[in-house]
Design a binder for this molecule. Sequence first.
Ligand SMILES: Cc1cc2nc3c(=O)[nH]c(=O)nc-3n(C[C@H](O)[C@H](O)[C@H](O)COP(=O)(O)O)c2cc1C
Length: 364
Amino acid sequence: MKPLKFPHRSHGDRLPSSSFTPIYSNFLKDKSRFPFALFQRKLNKSRSPSTYSQKKQPFANAVMAVGPYLPPRFSVAPMMDCTDNHYRTLARLISKHAWLYTEMITAETIVHQKDNLDRFLAYSPEQHPIVLQIGGSNLESLAKATELANEYHYDEINFNCGCPSSKVAGHGCFGVRLMLDPMFVGEAMSVIAANTDVPVTVKCRIGVDDHDSYNELCDFIYKVSSLSPTRHFIIHSRKALLNGISPAENRSIPPLKYEYFYGLLRDFPDLRFTINGGITCIGEVNAAIRAGAHGVMVGRAAYNNPWQTLGHVDSTIYDSREVSSVWRFCFGKVRTETKCPGCGEAFTPSFLFRAWKWPVEAQS
Ligand SMILES: Cc1cc2nc3c(=O)[nH]c(=O)nc-3n(C[C@H](O)[C@H](O)[C@H](O)COP(=O)(O)O)c2cc1C
């Protein structure tokens, strides 16, 4: 087996002495959740380079090992006990283009189960493009887990910096707790990147407990992207509370602050950002893309309502005219059955026409 790679740690060489102060931070004050259209106007007006983008960034012009990196326009979020092989198979039948994320798998699990890896890492080739999400806080395990995962040819490796569960962020000291140690995350991402040839990305929240200012978020992004080849961040646009509330409550109690996300788009023009959190339909996905998001990640809506959400992705987001397997199934049924097995509505020409037009309607 090849030796694991641990890039030399040289924070002092790479980071400027002062931490980063975004010039747009005042804009964020008093703005909570406002419509995407409003963001669009603000964004277009203020896309001039910030003080930050004029500073030298060690990895600023780096391309990922596989060439210039474009984040997925639409992805299904990693969800423990949900985005397993079964769900991903279903999702791929509905959308050919959506990127699919695995559930988080800890680096330790991969390392300890190295003789049983198929159980955790195998998937059918149809599931491409697919991203492996790993979690952990031990550099050696992260390096080894990444190396072991190479054999499974995931399209990207994502590092979990957003999980608030007490097992993970509490005893485990990883997940969202890592947002409090951006230097470590930078180092972890370097280690992961050094052991794989595919792009590496971070999924995080916008803050933790009282560490929830826009400047602290910028500091995290700046340090991680300066210390590692990470060029793409997925931002679950609410902070995490580590005060004992459940993971489910942590997905509803802290308010969504999309303005932080759009602030990052302006302040880090060399990086790529995917918005996540609270997006429930394809119309909102489109609005976020129009407002400048490089990518949109949908979790619960894609799981609870896969047909309504994913059924529109290929035609609406990817402008694809190809017919997915499920569409083909439905049209195949038309020949043998008289009504839709799902909703019971009769397969009349008008029903079919409406079904074909759904994705278009969802844009308006
Ligand atoms: C049941 C469940 C399990 C989750 N597991 C993970 C996980 O393993 N890794 C992760 O980064 N996020 C996880 N999340 C968070 C989602 O990826 C996503 O960030 C969150 O649900 C907000 O997006 P949404 O509003 O579109 O659902 C989970 C969410 C749910 C509902």
